[in-house]
Design a protein around this ligand. Structure first.
Ligand SMILES: [Mg+2]
Length: 269
């Protein structure tokens, strides 16, 4: 199966569809709550429709695990799981804040540690990240590598604080927040993980306990294939089920030294 070709086709078609809807008020129309617990918007459902259509055009039988519509099988004998967040960063997308992506992961087992191929395409810029197990990670055909940054006063670190439990979370991260000079959060976690993978930033941390596995399935492989690191707060491998209701917390870093520093700093709080 030529997954990179199929995933490239899918991301390009999704991107074209999303771009065509950007200034259209219908894009914001809401259709109830999606499988992952967020409001389903017209633009999310259109992106997912284009994904399913593309995979069908490639004659694939598959089980779709989607943030929007949950788990559904297509074709006669589904051999692959396609885990997708058709749009990660819908709020940014609808407001024209240029930071969002489409995210697609392929696996034979619905678990975070079994992804075989992955694609994440920036919906506002010309950057498509692709990875295959044991074959490296690429952005627009250029092999990507993470940063060498090791110290907290030089690192640019993303932290997701989008939770009503922000007081508790910031207390947990107090030492890290105090020691880190450059903090960011851009609003699309899959793409922020690609930024760690390609050296744009140095780390990204989401300990809210509410990020869905469907949101980061593709990013986990891209991070690992680029040579960056992603683990739980307990420094274990992410092995969660791929399911729109399964949530995950993680620490992703450019390298092992920065990873150790961040874990140790968090423990001090
Ligand atoms: Mg989404």
């Amino acid at each position: 199966m030529n997954w990179l070709e199929i995933l490239t086709d899918a991301t390009q078609r999704i991107k074209a569809e999303v771009t065509s809807l950007l200034k259209n008020p219908i894009a914001k129309k809401t259709y109830g709550i999606g499988a992952g617990g967020d409001h389903k918007k017209h633009i999310d459902l259109e992106a997912e429709r284009v994904l399913v259509e593309t995979l069908a055009d490639h004659n694939l039988s598959f089980t779709l695990i989607s943030e929007e519509t949950g788990v559904r099988s297509f074709g006669s004998n589904p051999a692959y799981y396609v885990t997708a967040d058709p749009i990660d960063g819908t709020t940014n997308t609808l407001r024209g804040l240029p930071f969002s992506c489409t995210s697609i992961a392929i696996s034979k087992i619905p678990r975070l540690d079994t992804i075989e191929a992955a694609a994440i395409a920036d919906l506002f810029h010309d950057a498509t990240y692709l990875a295959q197990k044991n074959q490296g990670a690429y952005c627009n055909e250029r092999e990507i590598i993470p940063a060498l940054t090791e110290s907290l006063d030089e690192a640019v670190i993303g932290v997701d604080f989008n939770t009503y439990k922000v007081t508790k979370l910031s207390a947990k991260l107090n030492s890290l927040l105090t020691a880190t000079k450059h903090l960011r959060h851009l609003g699309a976690n899959a793409l922020e993980l690609c930024y760690v993978a390609d050296g744009t930033t140095d780390a990204f941390i989401d300990l809210r306990g509410k990020l869905r596995t469907t949101d980061i399935a593709a990013a986990v492989l891209i991070i690992q294939e680029a040579g960056a690191k992603i683990t739980t707060l307990q420094n274990t491998t992410l092995k969660n089920q791929l399911d729109p209701k399964e949530t995950v917390s993680f620490i992703a870093t450019a390298n092992a030294t920065l990873h150790k520093t961040i874990l140790e700093t968090i423990e001090k709080a």
